[in-house]
Design a protein around this ligand. Structure first.
Ligand code: SF4
Ligand code: SF4
Ligand code: SF4
Length: 384
């Protein structure tokens, strides 16, 4: 990999852009593994042919040795597409990251928490985001392939460990992926939040990875008649996620916590929460990618249109350090383009259902990959 240049310039129509490759990374998402003990219907992993494996511990140690090169790096987030608690050395990884001065969040399905709750508390994890797409045992099992009872056992173990160690951490966040089949149950979630002592609820939308799920989405596009004319997906009136949750949260969940809701209509404003928060994702194979959306190869359906997304790796930690990858010309240019959001909007385009570009995650402005119909950039899909 080439050494980072002091400046990177780009000429556009009537203007020149100068980028400076700065070590301004603030948040690192680390996918400890792509293995999982659950089988969620809405998981990208169901469409994969990817091999399964864990992040190499030596690679992780090398990553931690680079932390001092990023003065603004504050958070390490164990998440991604796999269950982090299954990595056999996760407690050691948390300890290494804490020694490097990082604050830790973990995103988990919680099924392994009964075993690891003490470690999570003892090692100083600050926040734990637990997926809970239904407060009812039957729906939970049908959506996630795990057990709500087992999750409850894990949360109880976590709360007991917090008492034992006299720690308010980790804060508990419940994450709910809203779709047609579980929306009604969302209003029951605050009861669980109250019982479990959750500090926050995060509601996000579904990105269908399979044909069978594309009718389950709750978000819509404002100009529905135009989509109808083009013979595409028929969006219904956007479901009122906010109306479903607010009243129940106020009545049933007396806490200091917050409820974060997704946007539910595609609009003109686009902003990438990964790039704007100076984040990078490291996959279990050591690839450095700009976001979750581009961290794997998978098919998905955006407003009913099938897309094939290809992983966009800016470099692999086996061959280069994170600093050099972050400051590489390609990555700096990509982040600059995303910050200015120099992409067309395929969802607003009358050609969306006939044009070949979006299906290959490219666009007519010459971008590959393209962010032209990214649901994360609309805040329709939210990440913790
Ligand atoms: S818990 Fe997460 S990684 Fe595991 S199957 Fe469910 S969505 Fe996928
Ligand atoms: S790539 Fe361009 S022409 Fe094709 S759908 Fe997107 S905006 Fe329209
Ligand atoms: S806009 Fe979407 S695809 Fe583009 S970098 Fe951000 S999250 Fe990734």
């Amino acid at each position: 990999m080439d050494r980072p240049s002091a400046f990177i310039t780009e000429e556009t129509e009537g203007a020149a852009i100068i980028y400076r490759p700065l070590p301004d990374l603030r948040r690192l998402y680390v996918e400890a593994t792509n293995r999982c003990d659950a089988g969620c219907v809405m998981c990208m992993r169901r469409t994969w042919n990817e091999a399964q494996g864990d992040l190499d511990y030596d690679l992780f140690q090398g990553l931690m040795r680079e932390v001092p090169r990023f003065p603004a790096l504050e958070w390490l987030f164990f998440g991604g597409f796999g269950e982090p608690l299954l990595h056999p050395r996760l407690p050691d990884m948390i300890a290494e990251a804490r020694r490097a001065g990082l604050r830790i969040k973990i995103s988990t399905n919680g099924q392994y928490l009964p075993v690891l709750a003490s470690e999570v508390v003892k090692r100083g994890v600050e926040e734990i985001i637990v997926s809970c797409d239904s407060p009812r045992e039957n729906t939970y099992a049908s959506l996630r392939g795990g057990s709500l009872g087992r999750l409850e056992e894990g949360i109880e173990a976590l709360n007991e460990a917090k008492k034992r160690y006299g720690s308010p951490f980790p804060r508990l966040v419940l994450e709910f992926v809203a779709m047609k089949r579980n929306l009604e149950e969302l209003k029951e979630l605050p009861v669980l939040a109250a019982r479990w002592g959750a500090a926050s609820l995060l509601v996000t939308n579904l990105l269908p990875y399979s044909e069978g799920l594309k009718e389950e989405i709750l978000y819509s596009y404002a100009d529905a008649p135009r989509i109808l004319r083009s013979g595409g997906f028929t969006p219904e009136r956007p479901a009122d996620i906010a109306g479903t949750i607010w009243k129940a949260a106020a009545e049933k969940w007396f806490t200091w916590g917050t409820v974060k809701l997704p946007r539910n209509v595609w609009g003109a404003f686009r902003r990438c929460s990964f790039v704007e928060s100076y984040s990078a994702v490291v996959t279990w194979e050591g690839d450095v990618t700009p976001c979750y959306a581009l961290s794997h190869s998978y098919p998905c359906f955006v407003f009913g249109r099938r897309k094939e997304v290809r992983k966009y790796s800016l470099g692999n930690l086996r061959h280069a350090g994170l600093y050099d990858i972050w400051a590489s010309e390609e990555y700096v240019r990509f982040r600059g383009k995303v910050r200015l959001f120099r992409f067309p909007s395929c969802v607003d385009c009358e050609l969306a259902y006939t044009c070949d570009y979006p299906a290959a995650n490219q666009d007519c402005w010459g971008n590959a990959p393209s962010c032209a119909d990214c649901l994360w950039a609309q805040d329709i899909i939210k990440c913790p």
